[in-house]
Design a protein around this ligand. Structure first.
Ligand SMILES: [Zn+2]
Length: 137
């Protein structure tokens, strides 16, 4: 349910943005998601239903996954733990509860079609984004 709510609010923001820029369609929504958010996959699943009947229908959801990094107070450095839920410094082994990246959930970009902010394109994308379910890498 949480993912669907998130997907809907993303769509709402994009629709609002499209309206303000006079665009009829949103072609792409880019977000950054920390690995700890743990909702990557379900967000893809929820996105398409959330766009139905909106200006976002057919838009590509572009998710950049942000890896986990923590700050070790002992080493005074930013470290990358060896495992996702292992909040220990890989160097000194001390617990590092201070998460620096990995929790973010950030809307970074909205692409529009036919609006003032829309990038110049040879032809507008007509095909529904059937491949939007998987990250590009
Ligand atoms: Zn350390």
């Amino acid at each position: 349910m949480h993912e669907l709510t998130l997907a809907r609010s993303l769509v709402e923001m994009a629709v609002d943005y499209a309206e303000r820029n006079g665009a009829t369609r949103v072609t792409r929504i880019s977000v950054r998601l920390g690995v700890l958010a743990g909702i990557l996959r379900s967000l893809y699943f929820c996105f398409e239903p959330a766009t139905k009947g909106t200006r976002c229908e057919g838009a590509v959801l572009d998710i950049e996954e942000v890896p986990l990094s923590v700050h070790c107070g002992y080493c005074q450095e930013i470290k990358t733990p060896r495992a996702l839920y292992n909040f220990r410094c890989p160097t000194c082994g001390r617990p590092t509860p201070k998460v620096v990246t990995g929790r973010e959930m950030q809307l970074v970009g909205i692409e529009l079609d036919g609006g003032r902010a829309a990038p110049a394109r040879g032809r507008p994308a007509q095909a529904p984004a059937a491949s939007a379910g998987e990250p590009a890498r």
